[in-house]
Ligand binder design. Structure first.
Ligand SMILES: [Ca+2]
Ligand SMILES: [Ca+2]
Length: 160
């Protein structure tokens, strides 16, 4: 009787193992790109528009697998300065089903936008002689096991 139970247990473990294999991502994610766009909304009051675009290329099957297994995209804003670049905002993290994070035929996308008032965290330099602001993001793709790849975006410059 004991051996039958042992064999049953072994069969169950093997079955679970097979299911795990078929749903886990087949390929490790190796590529990530990040783009930042800061614009102007000339309404009243005037605002700055922020649009993030992060892409992790892979097939749709893997994209869904990663998100189901806890993968997320994490974004931090930095100001470009001589020496060390200060962290301006974040981290902000998007998980499966969060607005803006999607899995599609060409991989995982984060497309997210919002508005901030003039003089927000984007105003990273506010000196008399140095008022221009240079802002970029660093986006990380962190899988369910914690493996991380990251990318730095373009730098947006303006009076934010
Ligand atoms: Ca700066
Ligand atoms: Ca400024």
């Amino acid at each position: 009787m004991k051996s039958v139970l042992t064999r049953l247990a072994a069969t169950l473990v093997a079955t679970v193992g097979v299911i795990g294999l078929t749903t886990a991502p087949a390929q490790a994610a190796t590529e990530i790109t990040a783009h930042l766009e800061i614009g102007f909304n000339n309404g009243v009051p005037a605002a700055r528009t922020i649009n993030l675009s992060v892409h992790v290329p892979m097939n749709e099957y893997d994209a869904n697998g990663y998100l189901i297994h806890g993968a997320r995209i994490q974004v931090r804003f930095y100001g470009s300065d001589p020496g060390t670049d200060p962290l301006l905002y974040g981290p902000v993290t998007w998980y499966k089903d969060d607005y803006g994070l999607t899995a599609g035929p060409d991989g995982i996308h984060l497309d997210y936008g919002w508005e901030v008032p003039q003089g927000s965290f984007l105003n990273e330099d506010s000196g008399f002689a140095n008022n221009g602001d240079e802002v970029y993001i660093v986006a990380k793709f962190i899988d369910g096991d914690g493996a991380t790849i990251s990318a730095q975006s373009n730098t947006e410059e303006g009076l934010y």
